[in-house]
Design a protein around this ligand. Sequence first.
Ligand SMILES: [Zn+2]
Length: 445
Amino acid sequence: MSRDHDEFLLVGALLLTCDEEDSYYSDGAVLVSGSRIADLGSSSELLEKYPDITRIDLSGKLLMPGLINTHIHCRMSVLRGLAEDLSLEEWLQKTYVFRKSYLDDETQKMGVKLSLAESIKAGVTTVADMSFHQFLYYPIVEQSQMRAVLYDATMDVYYDSPRGKEIKQFIQRSAPERITLGAALHAPYSTTPELLDWFKQEIVDGSDVPYSIHLAEIKSEIEESWEKYGMSSTAWLAENGLLSSRMQAVHGVWLEDDDIRLLADHNVSISHNPESNMKLGAGVAPVVKFLEHDLLVGLGTDGAASNNDLDLFGEADTAGKLQKVYYKDPEILDAKKLIQILTREGAESLGLGEKTGSVEQGKQADLITIDLNQLHLTPLYNIHSQLAYSVRGHDVVDVWIAGREVMQDRQLKTLDESSLLEEISRENYRINRQRKQEKELLKSE
Ligand SMILES: [Zn+2]
């Protein structure tokens, strides 16, 4: 049955708002009007106030804000499972060569579709994507209805090319309220002083867009920076005027206390991506220290090529347990904090705190439901620990973004899942065949 209404009442749910007070209703309701949350409260109260509005019964389900994935490379999903058990340097090299040899723009667009579909099915309603040539992927993001921050990236190999012009054109285009346009520097180790100057002039000083940079992901970045500039990579960015509240630093695994203070002084936010850091053997980011310095922290999956999935609930589980192991303290980064980071604080870290991340009157209706009536979610004593340690992306049943239902009963409504699977497996077959032929050719030489 179609549930596409301009105004509707979600009733009978266990409603977790994720607002500042972490308020919840055991029998809660939300009135959605257009793209916004118009009202919320107990089901009996809202049914009495709005007797004539179309109702959607959510008995047995949890209703909560959609999750915020603060760092992803959507197009990279077509490389899932390709470059395994390698260091970041070797991984970057292998994925780069593979992209150049086998992937055209169309295949990378499939990766974007795949990532967005997988994300929606895992309850994500906002992604912050860092990619080169964002203009290619923008129409797919728009079609999916996903809320997004699109950081159009550059690195030194592109300097003095039309790339700068392309980024400037991209950030100046018009976009719906749902899509925020931004820019990115790939990383300090792939940025020359000339490119840094350009970025400072054109993006940091010359615009008001948000920007992102992979920072202190691996130890060699820090060592190289000390060798070249006589200071850490964070200090180098600070000295060149890059740090601001519009900046997102991704990873931060090797940040020293002085670096963290610098980031805190400039209100830079952090995207923490523990599974990617673990898989590439990069290290453990000192998240607890970030939080002690009042840095805004969000969680990210990074690309599916280094994770290898986009399940943000699973990421929260890993994030919590990893900090507990690292600091040998079970009280650190508890379940409640993990859920705040997944939702409200993640949104705030992207500058979207006014719009999304919690169920509050006036905010955008970015909502998900979870089927609680399942073996691995039973019994239920504490909803935060259930969400942080037991729920997985596949438990998400319905998803609304800006009031529009994009998944109903696990069926995607803005992307065609079966044709996407067909497209990708055809491409998978083509690439495997090409790789096999090349191997045979090498053997016969
Ligand atoms: Zn990344």
